[in-house]
Structures are given as structure tokens and as C-alpha cells.
Design a protein around this ligand. Structure first.
Ligand SMILES: Cc1cc2nc3c(=O)[nH]c(=O)nc-3n(C[C@H](O)[C@H](O)[C@H](O)COP(=O)(O)O)c2cc1C
Length: 237
């Protein structure tokens, strides 16, 4: 198995899955948090930060927590963290396509909070690891249960993984989300070897906050432009 495919063992100086701010060498259970963590600002553009991984011992919530902090400090968004581990997302889809069924798409009642969160979003940041040179099945399932919820909305990416920092995952996500008429923003953050690149819930790279601001600036621009455009005329797709 190539080293970048392995989840690294715990070790001195290595970031481990767990809540942001925790000591890097503390063992902790699978990170969990309430279904939504809201940080309201004066602006009304709603940013949903989607935690894509759901596996036991995952690192995703650490990354998402830091991204939420950067988004709150940015000031341009009403921030909501949506953790897919808090939602029931079956793999078996209904016969109909969500593209054509629209609001009539028969989702399980338990999916309503997830659908409502995606519906209400003006922009997304997808926080994704890389699994076998792509993104987790949990994320694909959540994407496939929805369609209009993504359409004509901007999506940015923060990825992490082994040597490639989740770039393979993001390339696949860009492809998939374009099919749903989402607008993927160019700038994002990728954390190669995240297990050495994070400590105490933060990236060690001093430039990371600046990269996050660039991503958030681009998302804010697109969120404003596309919300106006969606209100002005139905999207032709
Ligand atoms: C099933 C599986 C496949 C993986 N494949 C890759 C891979 O192709 N490239 C990579 O850089 N890391 C890979 N990894 C390592 C993950 O990027 C790393 O374990 C990361 O922590 C996973 O995110 P999570 O902790 O939020 O689940 C893989 C991990 C798992 C569990």
C-alpha cells in the first residue's frame, strides 16, 4: 500500500482526528458535534461547510472547525457546519431523478434537515479527504440525493490527505458538481500529509489563513452574484 493511502498512526507531533484545539497526542473518540454550528454575521449570505467524511476516527471535523472559524472571521457569511455523520443518507436512491422531480423528490423524512440546509445555502465549502484517489462515498451519496440544491451556487474546497493533499478528490468533485450546475471556485486549500501539517486544531502553514481568505472572498463574490441572478430569472438548466 503506498504511504499516502494509509491513515497514519498516532505519533509525536502528528495531528490526529479529534476536536479542534485538542492536544495532538490525545486519544479521542470519533469527533462529533451538534448537527449545526452557527456563527451569525451581519451579512445574509449563508455558507454551508460540509464535512464529507463520516468514518470512525476521522480528521474532517478538525479541518471544518478551522474553516468555520476563518469564515466567521471573514465576516461575509452566516456560517453553518453540516456534518454528514449527523445525517442518515442511504445509498439506495428512488427511481426518479432529483433533477426532474424537484421538490417532489421522495427523500426520507430523516433527510429533511440536510436537504433544508443545502436548500438554504448561498455557497458551500466542501471539506473532503481523499479516499482511493477520490472523495468519500458519504459525500457522493449526499450529492446524488440532491440536485437543485447545488444549482447556480458556488462551491469551494478544502481538502487533505497524503502526498496529494486531496487534490484527486477535489478534481472529481469539480467534475461532479459541474454536472449539477454548481460553480466551482478556482482557489482552495489542500493539505498534503495533514498528519504533520496540523497541530492543536490549526494548520502549521502560516499562509493558510491568507489562502482561506482568498477562497472566502471568491465565494462571497459568487454567492452575491449568483443569488441575485437566481432571483432575477430561473436558471436554464
Ligand atoms: C479508504 C481510504 C482510502 C484512502 N486513500 C487515500 C488516497 O488515495 N490518497 C490519500 O492521499 N490518502 C488516502 N487515504 C488517507 C486519508 O486521506 C486519511 O486517512 C484521512 O485522514 C481521511 O480523512 P478522514 O480522517 O476525515 O476520514 C485513505 C484513507 C482511507 C480510509
Amino acid at each position: 500500500m503506498p504511504p499516502e493511502h494509509r491513515t497514519p498512526p498516532a505519533g509525536p507531533g502528528r495531528a490526529q482526528p479529534g476536536p479542534a484545539g485538542a492536544s495532538p497526542n490525545t486519544a479521542w473518540p470519533a469527533a462529533r458535534w451538534p448537527a449545526t454550528v452557527r456563527c451569525t454575521t451581519n451579512d445574509t449570505h449563508k455558507l454551508v461547510i460540509l464535512v464529507g467524511s463520516v468514518r470512525e476516527g476521522r480528521f474532517g471535523p478538525v479541518v471544518a472547525s478551522w474553516v468555520a472559524e476563518r469564515a466567521r472571521l471573514h465576516g461575509g457569511f452566516d456560517v453553518e457546519v453540516v456534518d454528514l455523520a449527523d445525517h442518515d443518507v442511504p445509498l439506495a436512491l428512488p427511481a426518479a431523478s432529483p433533477k426532474y422531480a424537484g421538490d417532489a423528490y421522495p427523500r426520507p423524512d430523516t433527510m429533511a434537515p440536510l436537504t433544508a440546509a443545502l436548500d438554504g445555502a448561498d455557497a458551500f465549502v466542501v471539506v473532503t479527504p481523499e479516499y482511493n484517489h477520490s472523495y468519500p462515498a458519504s459525500l457522493k451519496a449526499a450529492i446524488d440525493w440532491h440536485f437543485t440544491q447545488w444549482t447556480a451556487k458556488p462551491v469551494g474546497f478544502v481538502s487533505y490527505g497524503g502526498a496529494a493533499g486531496g487534490r484527486h478528490a477535489v478534481l472529481h468533485l469539480e467534475n461532479v458538481l459541474t454536472e449539477l450546475h454548481a460553480v466551482t471556485v478556482r482557489d482552495g486549500l489542500a493539505f498534503p500529509k495533514y498528519y504533520t501539517a496540523w497541530q492543536d486544531g490549526r494548520p502549521l502553514d502560516a499562509d493558510a489563513p491568507g489562502y482561506a481568505k482568498t477562497l472566502l472572498d471568491q465565494l462571497a463574490w459568487w454567492a452575491a452574484a449568483l443569488r441575485k441572478a437566481r432571483a432575477a430569472a430561473p436558471y436554464p438548466g
